[in-house]
Ligand binder design. Structure first.
Ligand SMILES: [Zn+2]
Length: 159
């Protein structure tokens, strides 16, 4: 005879499950409310998309550069350096816009901004953007405010 199994059964007997029927409607209601909360919290984050303008073949402008930073809550200099390095060009920040030298294809800019968001902003556990950097020794971690997850940022890119 398996005594541990018997013990388990008697544990569930007379437990909260016996009362479920009494308050079934209330429980259902509570469950529905809980579900709504969860859905609200996990509302999908829409990553900002750079608005790119070309001025002839000499300049490429990201018109909403500062807006992107505001949404991502990242420092101007960080994304700025990242983009210059990734796009292999020089540039400057001018009145909330990022001005890049040369004609940089829009597609390339969008890809790099997305790479930045995936690497430095989005929590891989809950897909939320509510993250901060934490430095431990020489490793930079992404610290998620939404789920408490931490992961090292694995990149050879500047941070
Ligand atoms: Zn998270």
């Amino acid at each position: 005879m398996d005594s541990s199994k018997n013990h388990k059964e008697s544990f569930y007997k007379g437990s909260i499950w016996d009362d479920v029927d009494l308050d079934y409607e209330k429980l259902l209601e509570r469950a529905r409310e809980g579900l709504e909360d969860v859905m609200e919290n996990s509302e999908r984050f829409t990553p900002p998309v750079p608005e790119v303008l070309h001025e002839g073949s000499k300049k490429t402008i990201i018109r909403n550069f500062t807006e992107i930073l505001d949404i991502l809550r990242r420092e101007e200099n960080h994304l700025y350096k990242f983009l210059l390095q990734e796009l292999g060009t020089a540039g400057s920040i001018d009145n909330r816009r990022l001005v890049l030298q040369g004609r940089v294809p829009e597609k390339k800019i969008k890809e790099r901004v997305k790479l930045y968001i995936d690497t430095f902003v989005i929590c891989q556990e809950c897909n939320r953007p509510d993250t901060d950097f934490i430095k431990r020794g020489r490793t930079l971690f992404l610290d998620c405010q939404a789920c408490g997850g931490k992961r090292p940022i694995r990149t050879k890119l500047i941070a």
